[in-house]
Design a protein around this ligand. Sequence first.
Ligand code: UD1
Length: 441
Amino acid sequence: MITDSSTDSGSSSPRQSPSESLSEVGTPATERSTLFSHSFSNLVYHQQQYIAVVGGLGYIGSHTCFELLKAGENIIIIDNLSNAFRSVYNRLQVLLTRYYEGRMEEAPVMRFYEADYRDETTMRQILSDYSKPTRLFATTDDDSVMTSAIKGVIHFAAYKSVSESIKDPLKYYANNVAGMIEFCSILKSYNIKTFIFSSSATVYGSLANSGVPLKEEYCTHQTETFVDHDGTVRTVDGGCTGLTNPYGRTKWMCEAILSDLAFADPEWTIIALRYFNPVGCDESGLLGEDPRGVPTNLMPVVLNVLAGSIPVLNIFGTDYPTPDGTAVRDFIHVTDLARGHIAALAAAFNDRIPKGFRTYNLGSGTGNSVLDVVGAVEGVASATIPVQIVDRRDGDVGICVAMPRRAESELDWRTEKSLETSCRDIYNFLEKSKDVPVAIG
Ligand code: UD1
């Protein structure tokens, strides 16, 4: 289905009060749907500038959309709902209305297109609505280039299950890698060349096992020389070390391709954000992690055990070289992570970072163990989480913690929220979801 659901603040659409809107969460009829063939054309182009968020209704995407809206950015969300729900869009509408109610400034525009980013025809239809040909010289007719009202793209539309990627690697390479290549070709033809890519700490592969905080220079796509944590000057060749699964390889391959693209065409500004372990949710309790399918990441599993839908938490290994023997990760509140995208866009638009390709770790720099997470959730929920110790999970590393200095100094970004805050916010989300069950799905 191809739909465009618009929330044009300041337009003729009546504003809903938050309470009215909440009761309508998950009700598609509250949205205005239009076929592309009737859509906005140059009207859109002339009015505003936009950020396109592809895969914008998923866990990290939806939080990033809300932070963009709070920052006053107009956004268009493109999502095929393969791992997200339409009700998330309704919730964003509620949050947008609430946030701007009583403020002096006008709320930005948010639009949703239910579409697969690999569907070239549809993507061109959408992008054409936000673009116009601009003549370079007044004298000839065939010298025009496209100018787009979309000033930047954030790309979240990737599959992310490690276990599924092992069972069905072609699905992962087709969507995550081939899809991104095609998508960049389309963007290029519209002259949209500011691109934020969702990467992952997984690109460090077995380097994480070194036990020291991971620097971006440990995994590069060109030869680089840098000063390491112990003061040693090191030169690294582009490449990867010890990637254990196809999902991880797709992230590394996409980074490598984007690095080559930016090298070949210096007009691109491409930022790959290497996420560590996102947890938590927006403090409103209206956005959360709600994947389709069985959860495998630690926090969703812990929450399912808490809710009783999974009987016990399997702890994968207690023999790692860590203080309590369980694996250590750099858990980052998803709102902090979302704000990292805003910081990256701001740095790109303000020319604070050079054009080309650049990677940034988005992590806190602090490690917490699996047992720390269990303890933090138990503390917030005042409940005991049943656990059992089982063997290590294949492909896991013992320690994976970011060195976040590059993002701090170049993007002026750092984490602000703790693991406890993450647990409190997610508990709030679960409690709210009980009140409005229709919203989850
Ligand atoms: C996983 C992915 C990684 C991806 C990241 C996104 C794997 C091997 N890696 O990282 O590629 O970028 O998610 O969030 O899946 N744990 C348990 N019991 C559970 C679930 C997890 O003990 O039921 C442990 C794991 O063994 C691990 C830690 O919790 O040590 C974190 O696991 P998880 O949340 O799956 O994240 P990562 O493995 O770090």
